[in-house]
Design a protein around this ligand. Structure first.
Ligand code: SF4
Length: 154
């Protein structure tokens, strides 16, 4: 097979592929994502940064208390669970592990779930309010030079 026929690997939020990785134990399977991957001949590399970090499923819902993912990466913003637990360290660990997977698999792009505190690309929740901003994993991937898009960009 020539190199041109090889599928390019792309990191994908596992819940978009139908894996039940969300905080509530559900998936967010997106047919648009699956069609896009097939049409573009991309090889999905599923990751859930929150599971990679060792969090259970189901788990407490988490939202930003201040800042966004870039701020958390740089130690100034904060993510807090709905039971009041500070989550910065575990979310940063999940982001670092997702970046390691991307590098190990040669992913230069990532397709991520919008509005998640880890994976959100353009929007996140701060408390109960939707605001512009990136999740912690999305921010770290951007800062590492990985191109990211959300399922809502397709
Ligand atoms: S962390 Fe990302 S992959 Fe995991 S459930 Fe949330 S949105 Fe999906």
């Amino acid at each position: 097979m020539s190199k041109n026929n090889l599928c390019q690997p792309v990191l994908v939020s596992a819940c978009l592929l139908g894996l039940p990785t969300r905080y509530d134990g559900k998936a967010k399977r997106s047919q648009a994502v699956i069609d896009y991957l097939q049409r573009e001949k991309l090889m999905p590399v599923p990751v859930c940064p929150e599971q990679l970090a060792g969090m259970t499923t189901p788990r407490a819902k988490t939202a930003f208390h201040s800042g966004d993912g870039h701020d958390v990466v740089h130690g100034v913003g904060s993510v807090v669970s709905e039971i009041g637990q500070p989550m910065n360290d575990v979310f940063r660990r999940g982001a670092q592990l997702a970046l390691q997977v991307a590098r190990l698999c040669g992913c230069q792009r990532a397709l991520l779930k919008e509005r998640s505190p880890s994976c959100g690309v353009h929007r996140i929740y701060r408390g109960n309010e939707q605001v512009p901003g990136a999740g912690v994993t999305a921010a770290l991937l951007i800062e590492a030079g990985i191109e990211i898009i959300s399922e809502e960009d397709l």
